[in-house]
Design a protein around this ligand. Sequence first.
Ligand code: AMP
Ligand code: ZN
Length: 470
Amino acid sequence: MPELRLYNSLTRTVEAFEPADATTVRLYTCGPTVYNPAHLGNFRTFLFEDLLRRTLRMWGWTVEQVMNLTDVDDKIIKRAVERGISIGELTSPVVETFHADREYLRIQRAEHYPRATAYIGEMIELVKRLEANGVAYKAEDGSVYFAIAKFPAYGRLSRLDTREIRSGARVAQDDYAKENAQDFALWKAAKPEDEACGAAWDSPWGRGRPGWHLECSAMAMALLGETLDIHAGGVDLMFPHHEDEIAQSEAATGKPFARFWCHGEFLLTDGAKMAKRVGNVSSVADLREQGVSAAAFRHFVFSTHYRKQLNLSGAALEASVEAVRRVGDFAERLERERGGNDALAEAADALAVEATAALADDLNAPRAIGALFDFIHAANRAMDARGADQAALARARDAFHRINAVLDLVPDAGTDDEELAAWVESQLAERTAARSRRNFAAADAVRKALEEKGIAIEDSPSGTRWKKVR
Ligand code: AMP
Ligand code: ZN
């Protein structure tokens, strides 16, 4: 395998990556804030992390991944209070939706999905450590803050200018802009609304709740140790979230918190950060309804490098539906094929080399997809010429499966919708009957009806096969 190279936001250069212990990659990925279902922008970031995870495994390493679920923060409390329910009642169904959506998009399961509220004890311990090290203090408002002036490396990740840092001034909310690079809250004194929705715990500083940044530091260190191999998230998290995670963790341990920081760019709609619907799509539920498969959405996301902004559009999604249909047809043909030839073996070797080189080059998925389509083109031509070489065929299958294990671009052959399947089968029976009566107009009408529902059919000597294409 070539050296795997990743862009590290900390050094702003592409560097060779290897896990510190040479076998297991300790990967922390900031997860969703579970106050409403994640939108497709969030899933662009989670798909970038799935690409990273699968690439690390392709290189032969074990991946130990944590994705936290932020189930207590300002937004969650506000919404729970509005609805008159507890934060747990608000977040539990959203966590379920998150996993259903994740599975739909074939995002591999991480090893751990810790909920912040299950790690309050670890968070309190971390604040105590910071207090003991003289970098945390309790203010008049009853909350505990991190003193950024006591941590000289503050601002290194996001390249904050020292003039922008306002030590002594304080910011209490979870998310804030660079103009507010100030002492931030580690532990927030409980307000009546926190108590009302079950978002307050006992602590040495009185009743209160953790700040958002503290949650990630405590869970990352509890599950993966004090130095991570890779910490990933969307670009918006670099400041203040990741900057504050570094400050809290390193001021407590004196060790580097993460060796690599990897940030994925935004999914945009009309040139702005995704926040609203595009046409009729904004969530995974919408993709399902519109018949955009996991394979198609993965193709759409991976066709742009993860460090470039990506625009969501109906036309681009349509093009991806078309593209993965070709991948699916090819996968079926490769399975049916009985033998290969030299041209097929050559195409397979070119794919193996080029796709691996592309991923090694800072996860260049668009280049890997390009190599895959070149291979499909060349392999189809080679198979048209026929052959009986078993080794060549095996090489082609192996090369294809290896890259597809990372990109995962083959759409489901059939459908898991039983009702639809039953309807299609009844239509096909009708069509066969019409054809045996030589009523071709009736048979064509059935084909049209199926096409309108996004079902394509293919006649073969062994019978009629069908699949959902949209
Ligand atoms: P949140 O639930 O807001 O904490 O976000 C979860 C993840 O989604 C974080 O890694 C964010 O950086 C990422 N994210 C939020 N909005 C977008 C977007 N429009 N495009 C890509 N990633 C996003
Ligand atoms: Zn985080």
